[in-house]
Design a protein around this ligand. Structure first.
Ligand SMILES: Nc1ncnc2c1ncn2[C@@H]1O[C@H](COP(=O)(O)OP(=O)(O)O)[C@@H](O)[C@H]1O
Ligand SMILES: [Mg+2]
Length: 369
């Protein structure tokens, strides 16, 4: 699939913009603060239902305006899809081919884009919640039902925690918590199973890509850290046992201390914890390897190519790595931003220059013979 065009109204610093993209490589250049990230943010809003950089939808509305609209047209192998997002006083709404959707989960799977910005280095070095968010966001892109599953889990978790927080008599807690334990463990079983599958699929391609793009030859290992078990049912039983085993601790804490909301992903370079030992350059390579591995995993699941969006990542790499990456991008639409691109692709591409929210574009046709 590829993004054919994007149209924006009152979106951040864009009053009214319309941009067409190449089905291959798109280089979006321009100085700082001109509107490069804003442009790719609008695409991710239509892919994820939320901005990758703010949890306040209002931030995307141009200052002193009452609404914003972002529209993205995606060419899929079965035809075009137009996704629209409108944010105004009444909230945020999404439309697929002009029909308003009832549940956010319906949006997922239409524009499937792998997104990487410098902020994503957090996936390696920051707290486990960043790694859980990475899994949940990226799995949801392909599966609206996974997104709904996580939402249901969070609701049940909230109910269980409410009991732990508000009731002080041990027996009363035990009487009421059983029904929530059962529901929580069932949902946890499915969530953990899905996340384990995802990590399992990413592991081997990520290891290969890491070797290919890094000058070093470190071995990257990725593993899920959470309840044991192969099937959702085995995991459910493990979780149920742990919930019962840890009940006194949970009562003392006033919240649920085990489950997928506490799990983690471990990144190891040559057997050492990357969170502690990896340099910034290595962290960037790890996330890059992870994201490119996602491209191949998504491609397999979808039966067509997802889009790759790199915000301010590519120009930070040395030319040897840039060259290797261009070779890997063959067949994918890649939309990337940077202050300048010294090293150009050796296939046809589009150059878009952003200056104060005005975009000038130029196509470069390169023939291979
Ligand atoms: N809600 C908004 N309304 C108007 N302008 C905004 C809004 N949010 C951000 N901006 C402006 O957008 C610009 C930053 O755009 P951005 O795409 O992040 O730049 P870059 O090209 O460096 O990626 C800044 O000039 C900022 O003032
Ligand atoms: Mg930027």
């Amino acid at each position: 699939m590829f993004v054919k065009w994007v149209k924006l109204k009152n979106f951040r610093n864009y009053t009214d913009a319309s941009v067409e993209f190449h089905s291959g490589i798109n280089l979006i250049s321009g100085g700082n603060g001109q509107g490069k990230t804003n442009l790719v943010e609008s695409m991710m809003l239509c892919a994820l239902s939320k901005s990758p950089r703010t949890s306040h939808d209002e931030d995307m509305k141009m200052e002193n305006t009452t609404f914003t609209e972002a529209s993205v047209c995606v060419e899929r192998n079965f035809g075009d899809i137009t996704l629209d997002c409108r944010i105004d006083e009444s909230g945020k709404k999404f439309f697929i081919n002009t029909n308003e959707i009832k549940k956010v989960s319906e949006l997922f799977g239409n524009l499937v884009a792998v997104y990487f910005s410098p902020n994503d280095l957090k996936i390696v070095y920051a707290s486990p919640s960043e790694r859980r968010d990475f899994m949940d966001t990226d799995i949801s892109e392909l599966s609206g039902s996974y997104y709904s599953l996580v939402q249901r889990y969070n609701k049940v978790l909230f109910q269980r925690n409410r009991i732990l927080k508000t009731i002080h008599n041990r027996q009363d807690i035990l009487d009421q918590i059983d029904v929530w334990n059962e529901q929580l463990a069932t949902l946890a079983g499915y969530i953990i199973k899905t996340r384990k599958n995802f990590i399992e699929k990413l592991k081997t391609p990520a290891k290969k890509i890491m070797k290919y793009i890094s000058k070093e030859t470190e071995e990257l290992n990725i593993s899920y850290v959470g309840a044991n078990g192969e099937t959702a049912d085995e995991i459910k039983k493990e979780i149920l046992k742990s919930l019962e085993f840890n009940i006194d601790r949970d009562m003392e804490l006033g919240y649920t201390s085990i489950g997928p909301h506490r799990d983690d992903v471990k990144f190891e370079l040559d057997g050492r914890d990357a969170r502690i030992f990896a340099s910034q350059g290595q962290q960037r390579s790890i996330v890059l390897a992870l994201k490119i591995a996602e491209l191949t995993v998504f491609k397999e699941e979808l039966g067509e190519n997802p889009v790759l969006i790199l915000d301010d990542v590519f120009s930070e790499l040395d030319t040897a790595r840039q060259k290797k990456l261009y070779d890997m991008f063959d067949g994918y639409q890649v939309i990337m931003t940077g202050t300048n691109f010294k090293f150009k692709p050796n296939s046809s591409y589009k150059q878009l220059n952003v200056r104060k929210a005005t975009i000038k574009s130029k196509d470069f046709v390169i023939s291979n013979n």
